[in-house]
Design a protein around this ligand. Structure first.
Ligand SMILES: [Zn+2]
Length: 258
């Protein structure tokens, strides 16, 4: 049993109360949710992946189009970590909250599908997914799984089964638009929720980082659980500087057992 400071304990109780009282709560998750599952934050500076290469350069649509080998070389360690990653207690607590009706949707900046692996149903993926690949020429879409194993183990670049062109992972690269359907759904959720929980996101990547502001402007409550401050901490009802994988299960436990 983890023991928290009395301040943290009070915040956990307050967060549990807000979730219990809400009619339409949504959660926005970021890279911090998957770091306990061993997946580095590939969009932030200071992580191993970013340190090796200039990410804006390598993880971009133009590199994919012009130097696919360079792109896939950069992408391979990340794909490897995602391929073998398992949901952690934060993902499991979120899935449980959704199953019991305390959360209506999960808006995520992550591409690892760990929410779905934990059992979450209504997941809005803002930065795409590793689960599918799309042909850059004929737009044929395939499940990624059969291609991932040869890619992560021997570096075999995935090719379209129809036209043999290179398949692009359906993740949003720098220089690419966010998927429109996901963006519309997320905005709808932000506008109609009465509580937004931000978990494991420093709210630095626009436009997703603006969603909690939309919720606040319509009178929603805000809970922020992140190990670093965000630009909205002062406006949050509850702000917890803690590890999501201990706090979210503690909140879930509090919801159930009071
Ligand atoms: Zn094709």
């Amino acid at each position: 049993m983890i023991s928290f400071s009395s301040q943290t304990q009070t915040n956990i109780e307050f967060a549990a109360d807000l979730l219990r009282q809400s009619k339409h709560a949504v959660i926005l998750t970021g890279a911090g949710l998957s770091t306990p599952s061993g997946i580095p934050d590939f969009r932030s500076t200071g992580t191993g992946l970013w340190a090796r290469d200039e990410p804006l350069e390598v993880a971009s649509l133009s590199t994919f189009r012009t130097k696919a080998e360079t792109f896939f070389e950069w992408f391979r360690p990340l794909a490897n970590q995602i391929f073998y990653a398992l949901p952690n207690p934060a993902h499991i607590a979120i899935a449980e909250m959704e199953r019991l009706g305390y959360l209506k949707s999960i808006i995520t900046q992550n591409i690892d599908a760990l929410h779905q692996k934990a059992g979450s149903k209504f997941v809005i993926e803002m930065h795409g997914t590793m689960q599918t690949l799309t042909c850059s020429q004929c737009y044929h879409q395939v499940q990624a799984e059969p291609y991932l194993m040869p890619f992560v183990t021997i570096g075999e670049i995935p090719h379209c089964p129809d036209c043999s062109q290179i398949l692009k992972p359906d993740v949003i690269l720098f220089g690419e638009q966010l998927p429109q359907t996901a963006w519309f759904k997320a905005q709808k959720e932000a506008r109609q929720c009465d509580l937004m929980v931000v978990a494991g996101s420093s709210l630095e990547v626009l436009p997703v980082a603006g969603l909690p502001m939309q919720a606040l402007d319509r009178g929603a409550h805000l809970i922020i659980i992140n190990n670093a401050p965000t630009y909205l901490n002062l406006r949050a009802d509850v702000a917890l500087f803690e590890d999501v994988s201990t706090i979210l299960p503690a909140i879930m436990e509090k919801i159930l057992n009071g």
